[in-house]
Design a binder for this molecule. Sequence first.
Ligand code: AHR
Length: 324
Amino acid sequence: MSAGVVLASGLAACGGSSDGGSGGSGGSGDITMGFAQVGAESGWRTANTKSIQASAKDAGIKLKFSDAQQKQENQIKAIRSYIQQKVDVIAFSPVVETGWDTVLQEAKRAKIPVILTDRAVDSSDKSLYKTFLGSDFVLEGNKAGQWVVDNADANDVNKDGKINVVEIQGTTGAAPAIDRKKGFEDKISADPKIKVVASQTGDFTRDGGKKVMEAFLKSQKDIDVVFAHNDDEGLGAIEAIEAAGKKPGVDIKIVTIDAVKDGMTALSEGKINYIVECNPLLGPQLMDLAKQVVAGEDVPARVETKEGEFDQEQAKAALPNRQY
Ligand code: AHR
């Protein structure tokens, strides 16, 4: 195991290696799940990790948890370690879409069911995993793009008949970055005034969003709108815009995806203009699916998360009860 892989029992009380045999035993009391998390890159990810850890505890599932620090090689090592330990079920959020077939075939040979959560893999062999639980990222991009189209007059901040959008993409090769970009472009193509004039990855981090926005502010004049693939990148962009002496949300409009508390606070203050929700609280559904696949029951190939959108007034109303 490389030093880069942080492998730990998610629950101290349930620590130690699994005694579950390959294929699992079916009773929730003695299920061990190996979970290979992407990392801790965003507020969304922190909320997602907490949801998984708390739900495993509630469901009586022993959790072995690893943080891959946004590196595919670390996730593959963690999955191989779970196979060696003969866990009953493996779940993971693939950091990028491609390059998983070999390790997933190893899990299949060991008769350990795999559940994809949050992000999908790009593989033609659908037998390599039991189900995929997560959001429709294309739809999220659609919603962000539709907001730019529906508010075209207000979004033409420079009042020159063009809406210049700069895009801060998520992690290169990750499903949400690929799908949100596509979903957004599909919607803005309806209005020839709206153009993405620059697009760079901010790696789903606040620091990444800030650096990319600093570069955009130097290279692009007349930016009307920022489309950030998550709240953290948008929050980093706000810092860069303020440092450049401009007012985020007014001089440059901002639309993001996630709706974590920090993002919603910025929205309620008018620094972000619109947020499309991506729900990180996948833990309860994941544990239910894990029990079913370990028991050998059929599960749907795709389980979608339901989510909404927020403007400033809706953010103010939702914030007091926001869990993450
Ligand atoms: O895969 C979900 C995305 O990953 C979230 O939008 C982002 O915040 C996270 O890092």
